[in-house]
Design a protein around this ligand. Structure first.
Ligand code: ASP
Length: 268
């Protein structure tokens, strides 16, 4: 079952014309991470292309991110080899401000706009959870936040236990969705709490997503993995692009209930 790599490319309502690209992106990211987990060439940085972010109310890019290593609770010193070995690319601001982001930003400045609902049509968050062949776990999340957010807003993403969590004894979680609602229920830690009580990653995710919807009216998606490599990609939003690589297979989907499988090497 080990190693395993699970990615998501943001939850929401993904417009038809962007759906395919979104799926291609998460599949590629899962393949790249999986190759590293399998002991891909050390020191060689895979080429990572970063493009696009949602914009704040001023039309600027302000991003949040977190990487958490599952060994953190034991010695606090190490960093997630796999996720960090994928590199922290330098990204020119122009490549983050796409025409699509500008169009969304302008539309959301109109008096009758509903930016939070519109968020469900944005593409701005990418995340991963991974477990290596020794059972070491990590979580990483990166986002432009909510569309047309107020300047200086910090969402759930960099907040431990909300926008991600990793503990080698239990598992790792990375979410996407309404940050304020995710923070209210400390979603990532809540999922791991259910797993500590014996639930599978899928059961724990569904319990926590239902709780979040009923208690604080928030929609969300998550990727989760445990130390044995059992993984889940679950969401309460309409869609979430996700992909998981394990045992030579690439699993992926976009709509609820969708689950395709192909050899991980395909199309490389
Ligand atoms: N959770 C992110 C935030 O609220 C947004 C997202 O996942 O799309 O900043």
């Amino acid at each position: 079952m080990l190693p395993a790599m699970v990615e998501h490319g943001g939850a929401g309502h993904i417009p038809k014309e962007r759906a395919e690209l979104s799926t291609i992106g998460v599949k590629e990211a899962a393949r790249t991470g999986y190759a590293i987990l399998q002991g891909g060439p050390d020191g060689e940085q895979p080429k990572i292309q970063c493009r696009g972010s949602v914009l704040n109310v001023m039309g600027e890019v302000e991003m949040d991110a977190m990487v958490m290593d599952g060994r953190y609770l034991d010695n606090g010193a190490v960093s997630a080899k796999v996720l960090l070995s994928m590199g922290v690319p330098e990204v020119p601001e122009e490549s983050l401000i796409t025409d699509y982001a500008k169009m969304r930003w302008k539309k959301n400045l109109q008096p009758d706009a509903k930016p939070v609902e519109c968020q469900m049509g944005k593409m701005g968050t990418v995340s991963a959870v991974a477990v290596d062949k020794d059972g070491n776990i990590a979580s990483a999340t990166s986002t432009g936040g909510m569309i047309n957010k107020i300047e200086g807003r910090v969402g759930d993403t960099p907040c431990v236990g909300c926008g991600g969590y990793a503990d080698n004894n239990i598992g790792a979680v990375s979410p996407t969705g309404h940050g304020e609602a995710i923070m209210k229920v400390t979603l990532s830690r809540l999922i791991l709490f259910h797993m500590e009580q014996g639930k599978t990653p899928e059961e724990a995710s569904d319990l926590a997503l239902t709780y979040m919807k009923e208690r604080v009216d928030g929609l969300c998606g998550v990727v989760v993995v445990d130390p044995k490599g059992t993984w889940a990609a679950r969401f309460s939003s309409l869609q979430m692009s996700w992909a998981a690589a394990q045992q030579g297979e690439l699993h992926y989907g976009l709509y609820r209930g969708e689950h395709f499988v192909e050899p991980v090497q395909e199309n490389i």
